[in-house]
Write a protein that binds this ligand. Structure first.
Ligand SMILES: [Zn+2]
Ligand SMILES: [Zn+2]
Length: 189
C-alpha cells in the first residue's frame, strides 16, 4: 500500500512536469515573431484608431503578439501594453529593395526618400522604372550619364537639353526624358 502510494505520487509528479513542459511549449509557440511590412505604423494604447499613438514602427521591425482582438495585435511596447493593426504585419521580412515605386503616380523613390515604402499604393523594386522623384532624385545616380534628353535642375526648376553646358552639371538635379520644369534661357531646354 505504502509503495503504491509513493509510485502514485511519483507518477503524478512526472505528469505535472510533462504538463508544465507542454504548456511552456504552447506558450512559447504562441509568441511568433512578426515583422512590420511598411513604415510609420502606429503603436496605440488601445485596439482602436482613436486611441493615443505611443510610437511608430518601421519596416522589418519585429513584434511578438501576446494576444489579439479583432484586427489588432496586443504587444509589449516600451514596457507597456500596446496595440498594432494586424494588416501591417507578416511572418516574413520585407525584402529591402533599392527603390519604391509609387504605382499610382508612377514616381520612383530611392531608400533615402521619405516616401520610400511610404505611399498608399506601390511596391519595392530593383528595377529602374517610372519617373524619378524630384525630392530624392529616384534612380538618377544609377542611370547612365548620357542618353537622356534633359537635365532638370531641381533647385531652380530649369530644364537643360543635352547641348547645354549645364546638362548634368548643376549641384542638384536629375536626368530625364520628360519635359519637366521651365526651359533654360540659354539652350531652350
Ligand atoms: Zn523620392
Ligand atoms: Zn540649358
Amino acid at each position: 500500500m505504502k509503495e503504491g502510494g509513493i509510485m502514485k505520487a511519483n507518477t503524478m509528479k512526472r505528469c505535472s512536469v510533462i504538463l508544465l513542459f507542454i504548456l511552456c511549449t504552447l506558450f512559447a509557440a504562441d509568441l511568433v515573431i512578426m515583422y512590420c511590412q511598411t513604415n510609420r505604423v502606429n503603436v496605440r494604447s488601445q485596439p482602436n484608431t482613436n486611441s493615443e499613438v505611443l510610437g511608430k514602427l518601421s519596416i522589418n521591425d519585429p513584434i511578438k503578439p501576446i494576444n489579439e482582438q479583432g484586427n489588432w495585435y496586443k504587444i509589449s511596447y516600451k514596457d507597456q501594453d500596446a496595440w498594432v493593426y494586424k494588416t501591417f504585419f507578416g511572418e516574413t521580412k520585407v525584402e529591402t529593395a533599392t527603390y519604391w515605386y509609387n504605382s499610382k503616380s508612377g514616381v520612383l523613390h530611392n531608400s533615402n526618400c521619405r516616401w520610400y515604402g511610404n505611399t498608399r499604393r506601390g511596391y519595392y523594386t530593383n528595377e529602374i522604372i517610372g519617373r524619378d522623384c524630384k525630392l530624392c532624385g529616384g534612380a538618377y545616380r544609377s542611370k547612365p550619364k548620357t542618353g537622356y534628353k534633359y537635365w532638370i535642375n531641381t533647385k531652380s526648376g530649369v530644364r537643360h537639353n543635352r547641348g547645354c553646358r549645364w546638362y548634368g552639371n548643376t549641384k542638384q538635379g536629375y536626368y530625364t526624358n520628360e519635359k519637366a520644369g521651365r526651359s533654360c534661357g540659354i539652350c531652350g531646354g
